[in-house]
Design a protein around this ligand. Sequence first.
Ligand code: NAD
Length: 716
Amino acid sequence: MSAIHYDLGSDQILTLTIDMPGQSANTMNADFRAAMTETVGKVRNDIDNIRGIIVTSAKKTFFAGGDLKELFGVTREDAGAFEDMVNGMKAEMRALETTGKPTVAAINGSALGGGLEICLACHHRVVMDDDRIQLGLPEVTLGLLPGGGGTQRLPRMIGLEAAFPYLMEGKKVNPKAALKAGIVDELASSPDELMAKARAFIDANPKSQQPWDRKGFKFPGGAPHHPAMAQKLAIAPAMLKQKTKGCYPAPERILSAAVEGAQVDFDNGSLIETRYFTELTTGQVAKNMTGTFWFQLNAVNAGESRPAGVEKETFRKVGVLGAGMMGAGIAFSTATRGIDVVLKDVSSENAEKGKAYSEKLLAKKVSRGRMTEEQKTEVLNRIKATGSADDLEGCDLVIEAVFEDSELKAKVTREAEARLVKNGIFASNTSTIPITQLAEASSAPDNFIGLHFFSPVDKMQLVEIIVGAKTSDETLARAFDYVQQIGKIPIVVNDSRGFFTSRVFGTFVNEGIAMLGEGIHPSSIENAGVLAGMPVGPLAISDEVSMTLMQHIRDQSKKDTEAAGKTWNAHPAEAVIDQMVDSHNRKGKAAGAGFYEYPESGRKYLWPELEKLFVDQEKARSTELQELKDRILFIQAIETVRCLEEGVLRTVEDANIGSIFGIGYAPWTGGAIQFINQYGVRAFAERAKSLAERFGERFNPPAMLLDKAEANTPFS
Ligand code: NAD
């Protein structure tokens, strides 16, 4: 059965319905390409009997885009064949576009990537007016570019500048917004109307053509050589570099493809696009990003780390203890997903303050048109703010987010557990106290688990689920279901000090601070952090966390290590932190002074005294940027391997996803373990050894890494 149904009606309108057999969504793979070739051949034969062509889909989504499995497998050696294949496919699309007969896309569902590119190759686009439908070119988010003509057709339709957010940021829009942006031409309120409007266009435009195939075509918004546009384009690469820090080739190649393509005719522009597409597809960053943001994320979301055989649970009533920063955020994220929330603090006034946070976030949604006033009220009505533990009666799950104090946590555990439904779960959002230790206060430690959220909870997608020594598989599976029910990404880790994310995050921060202690200039350190791909520099983030908290966590870890009869290896960052806090009273951002100055008005800036206190001019001059970047990425990757080795992490997927979504590990790498794989396990181990010789044994490759290097097999 062909992937494209060919239906030539008695009214001489040809309907092409894309319906790939055996697939839930249409994708641009070999079957599709074969069907396109066959279809175009038939169209050529029948052309005299055809008045117009409608392209539509038999699936719920119109078309899902490129076949990522296929793209992922393309290597540099395949580049030539790949380029020919892509150009061949595009020639078929171009053939349909230039039959001389009107061609209309009847878009009945989401059209993303290659799906939208098919629509752009039609002369007219009608889309169902349904807010669930998304239109966009998200290739850039996987390190790729829209290689099916997207970088050529969209700018020719709506102008270069207007097209950039779609091409370079992967902006997606609903049908109404797409109409406003000029990406589609008409909306339809029913499937019948969709087809009727498509036919009406054909009737009214028997000789339609794409604008760029008409004589005298003028580039909307100005072609690149137009003086106003030329001025903007001159600074565009620099502005882009500021965003990508040179880590992401895709937006840069998209800019090149669009601008270079706009200076030649469509067909040559299309060839230029294919060149860049091939370069990106066969490049390492696209492999890293597609591998992690697509395949590994799908594996995580499909429940790879969820124990099998436990029935999926739907939570109805969740208690949140502590209405501070974290509790308020957890309440919001839970209530917006339709779950009743009991938000409890020491007094109902405190609890109301926490609820007010939800009101603020919801009001913002209403003002942006993303929510109605009624929906806002509905969500708020789901949150019961209270000072009484009795209101927790009947909760399926209670999450505590009270102060970081074991005794207090033990007290609230006992208080809440007595009111949970039978077999209810008690979860702690602690960031530092071992779950097994907290579970000692519980009367049902098998139902006790860690749910580590990240701040700000409403924005951060990750939740680190921490399994204590006595936590049952059933509790883990159900906690996993809750995290997914509130639309977040769950990773599963075994109990250990700092769990996974805080442990790795600590190595990042400490490495940056150690560099300062060595005499490296603070701005070089901050620069190295962001140029490596981290969201902010290590000194800025230390200020956010607060250096007193860092001292507190270190003191506790040291005490516990020594109590266990082991020696504490002081990190070189410790002396710098103590000097900052104890000698200079610079504790961090909340205290108004840290590595940075925080003026009342204006932007923060590095504390000028740092230079006198720490910088060694000779060292500052002789240090290479690449070495600083390596140290930042290596130390975190090495700690991640230790977590795998110790069984704190269970899978490579959780490691990569957790490192990116939890601590912002450079996304271009595909995550802390993928960074090692793409560097090459052997080369990575060698570089780690040389860093260890110069900066200390913290860089020594763990045994698991040495084994991989020996066998030359990547982590999987
Ligand atoms: P916070 O100080 O903002 O809030 C704590 C709240 O708990 C306060 O409103 C306090 O009144 C309330 N509280 C105290 N005793 C209580 C009791 N007996 N019953 C109910 N409420 C009580 O603290 P936070 O930053 O929201 O952190 C809360 C927990 O989350 C801590 O364990 C912290 O380690 C953890 N955590 C924090 C972050 C973060 O970035 N702040 C991230 C992950 C985890």
